[in-house]
Design a protein around this ligand. Structure first.
Ligand code: GBH
Length: 491
């Protein structure tokens, strides 16, 4: 331990020395920094007080589904009890805001009545943050849907949008005097595709080619309803902002041929455009390429209608423009080329609807996650694509980070942040309107299907200790310095 401490110290001194020598680049005035977590990944207390079960409780407790290390978020980082230590860490980092999510089933166990203890927990957390002058940024839905709602079809039932609105209204009423930034949903594309299409994540439905589109349809409607609710009822008094955060990798065409470039564009439209186009584009609605392809494939497969649902005119209008900023989660890049032997699959699927071949370049540095390679230049390209596709909206980065299996000497994470933040600054130089940056994650936590085997934290969590001891890694010292100086060494 002592040796580890000394190495960290040496490492942070080295980082500082490097910064003094190297050329420094400054972040724009007013640029802010934060760190992020999500309820199911850190809280534990899965059955504390009157909390009801969420789909992640059900999913992890059912051995038919696979969490790599057989673990669950039952205890996780125990933030339900240790939130004061979490806030202390956020304060140590000196960041402007802390992005966390609320557990719907903790706050409103049956969807109607509030839980006293649930309300108290989030009040305590918010007040503790404000005591340290840290702004709370709240995600209302980061994947842990109440199980009773799943019983009714979850996000494939459009009535879930109404339930979501009721939950959001309570959150605004309870906490809106102190919370000034709200995210309705986190990464609807991943949630719907993995949870309803591929069956990899909770609720574990593998109704590929259908249910992910139903899920996304309801989520877009739910997001817009909550946006307008805030806008009409709360905004004037509470003066906060509402948006959502979308995931996107950069998709690099493997050649300059029009086939490969179209293939890369298609993936961007299916991954990011699926949710961004209805909200952020001038015309609204799903991207044309999605509507055309899914209709065409559906017909070829013998369906009378498209497997992609259709919005009414009113819905389109309600969804279009339902944002105060563009939230983005970004980690990595893929190479894309046109599929060599295209075919209409008899069994529909999202990936057959997109239909490309993709791969990583072999010299892209690996992380602990198979899906995450270090490709910092992709960040700049993606931000420019967003600028050009959606008329240069204000972008807030709500997640960016690196996974390893290391302890506190996380040199690769330090490098990842250094390189990605440099390309972020390049994007700002290109004219991209990025106003804030959030590191994922404050600390190691329950990494969904990978359990505790992959670590994303700036703080190391010792899961074997009863107090789930948190220790700053080299990257925490490094990030703290960036926040403090508002600058970073040029690479
Ligand atoms: C985010 O998703 C989540 O918002 C956050 O909760 C999570 O902890 C963090 O990233 C790190 O993963 O199983 O090989 O098919 C990031 C986007 C998309 C990354 C789905 C993992 C699964 C790839 N995620 N992807 S695979």
């Amino acid at each position: 331990m002592i040796v580890a401490r000394i190495t960290t110290l040496a490492l942070s001194l080295l980082i500082c020395a490097f910064q003094v020598d190297g050329k420094l680049r400054r972040f724009p005035d007013g640029f802010s920094f934060g760190v992020a977590t999500a309820s199911y990944q850190i809280e534990g207390g899965w059955n504390a007080s009157d909390k009801s079960e969420s789909i992640w409780d059900t999913f992890t407790h059912n051995s038919n589904y696979k969490i790599l290390d057989g673990s669950s978020g039952d205890v996780a980082c125990d933030s339900y009890h240790l939130y004061k230590r979490d806030v202390e860490m956020v304060a140590e980092l000196g960041v402007d805001f802390y992005r966390f999510s609320m557990s719907w089933s903790r706050l409103m166990p049956d969807g109607y009545e509030l839980s006293k203890d649930g309300v108290k927990y989030y009040n305590d957390l918010i007040n503790e943050l404000l005591k340290h002058k840290i702004q709370p940024v709240v995600t209302l839905f980061h994947w842990d849907l109440p199980q009773w709602l799943q019983q009714l079809g979850g996000w494939s039932n459009s009535l879930t949008a109404k339930h979501f609105q009721r939950y959001a209204r309570s959150a605004f009423e309870l906490f809106g005097d102190r919370v000034k930034m709200w995210l309705t949903v986190n990464e609807p594309q991943v949630f719907c595709l993995h949870g309803y299409g591929k069956g990899l994540k909770a609720p574990g439905l593998d109704m590929n080619g259908f249910a992910e589109y139903l899920c996304g349809h309801t989520m877009l409607k739910a997001h817009a309803k909550v946006y307008h609710l805030y806008d009409q009822v709360f905004k004037k008094k509470q003066k906060g902002r509402v948006g959502l955060t979308l995931n996107a990798s950069w998709q690099q065409a493997s050649s300059n041929s029009s086939n490969d470039r179209e293939a890369a564009q298609r993936v961007l439209e299916f991954e990011l455009g699926w949710f961004a186009n209805p909200i952020f584009s001038k015309c609204g609605d799903y991207p044309k390429i999605m509507k055309d392809r899914i209709l065409w494939k559906s017909q070829e497969q013998g369906y009378t209608e498209s497997r992609l649902p259709i919005f009414t005119k009113e819905e389109l209008e309600e969804i279009k423009g339902s944002y105060d900023f563009f939230g983005l989660n970004h980690y990595t890049t893929r190479m894309v080329k046109e599929k060599s032997n295209k075919s209409v699959a008899s069994k529909p699927s999202f990936s057959n609807d997109v239909e490309v071949d993709d791969y990583f370049e072999s010299d892209w540095k690996e992380s602990a996650s198979v899906w995450l390679r270090v490709v910092p230049w992709g960040f700049q390209k993606l931000l420019n694509w967003i600028k050009d596709s959606y008329d240069n909206p204000e972008v807030i980065i709500f997640e960016n980070g690196f996974s390893d299996r290391e302890g506190i000497d996380d040199v690769d994470r330090v490098q990842y942040y250094r390189d990605y933040l440099n390309y972020l600054l390049d994007a700002i130089d290109d004219g991209c309107n990025v106003s804030a940056y959030t590191a994922w994650s404050l600390m190691d936590n329950f990494e969904w299907n990978k359990g505790y085997s992959e670590r994303f934290g700036l703080y190391y969590v010792d899961y074997n200790s009863t107090i789930k001891k948190r220790t700053p890694k080299a990257s925490a010292h490094y990030f703290k310095n960036i926040v403090k100086t508002k600058s970073i060494e040029k690479i």
